[in-house]
Design a protein around this ligand. Sequence first.
Ligand SMILES: NC(=O)c1ccc[n+]([C@@H]2O[C@H](COP(=O)([O-])OP(=O)(O)OC[C@H]3O[C@@H](n4cnc5c(N)ncnc54)[C@H](OP(=O)(O)O)[C@@H]3O)[C@@H](O)[C@H]2O)c1
Length: 245
Amino acid sequence: MSKVTIITGGTSGIGRGIAEKILANSGADDILYVSFGHNQKQAEEFLHAQSEADQKKLRLIQADMSSYDQMMNFVTRIKKETDHVDWLVNNVGISTYAKYEDYTFEEWSKIVNTNLSVPVFLVKELRPIIREGGSILFTGSYAGQQAYSSSLVYGVTKSAIHFLTKSLVKELEPKQIRVNAIAPGFIETSWHKNRTPESYERINRKIALHRFGEISEVADMAYEILKNGYMNGSIVDIHGGYDYF
Ligand SMILES: NC(=O)c1ccc[n+]([C@@H]2O[C@H](COP(=O)([O-])OP(=O)(O)OC[C@H]3O[C@@H](n4cnc5c(N)ncnc54)[C@H](OP(=O)(O)O)[C@@H]3O)[C@@H](O)[C@H]2O)c1
């Protein structure tokens, strides 16, 4: 039977890295559902960067994961097309640099919905078709392990994702579905495109390896966790030694 993987937010950054790692190790009949939010051009660029054989395995679906309804449409389409899912990577996540005193309830809710509430229901809706022995991975963040000063709401949601990961172990035990999270530190993606050299320098001083992580370093680790048959309920940090020295 073909192996079916779903990756949310897989057209850029860490999600794209994980998608490409899975494609590189995929069989001819495997299928990858990759969702994206708003950037159609970026999604097409991702698709066309793959080999012809890999393009045939990809199903790109636009779905704004801050919206419960759009997540449900995404699930409906998947359930129409496949009766099983092997791996689910919940990768979409957003943040804000707004200061706590400037928060609006609307902005708080959008981030909580995208980073936490919608993923909770995505897993709930897909669980019936996730195959016995399947694997779920959340992209958490080291900001959910340790409170950074930069974004309160982001850290709160990522911390909750780590706790959700552990809590889901029991829920998924009857089907022997494993569930883990990765907690990356600063990874070189478009998230950091507006950072000044000074900002990079300030952060690099706090990292023992004095650099941001590469997408491929995170994707390689994510892939190993997805396929490791004994990892369950783990939150795996990857941050180059942030604040450890
Ligand atoms: N970069 C870091 O330093 C870092 C560190 C720790 C954790 N993380 C986590 O890693 C994950 C990916 O981050 P990244 O840096 O790789 O980001 P990225 O390069 O900006 O990629 C984000 C992906 O998510 C999609 N997306 C964004 N908002 C969405 C929405 N509302 N609905 C559906 N899809 C949406 C984007 O599609 P569109 O562009 O089409 O909307 C894109 O495919 C996030 O969960 C983030 O919290 C990142």
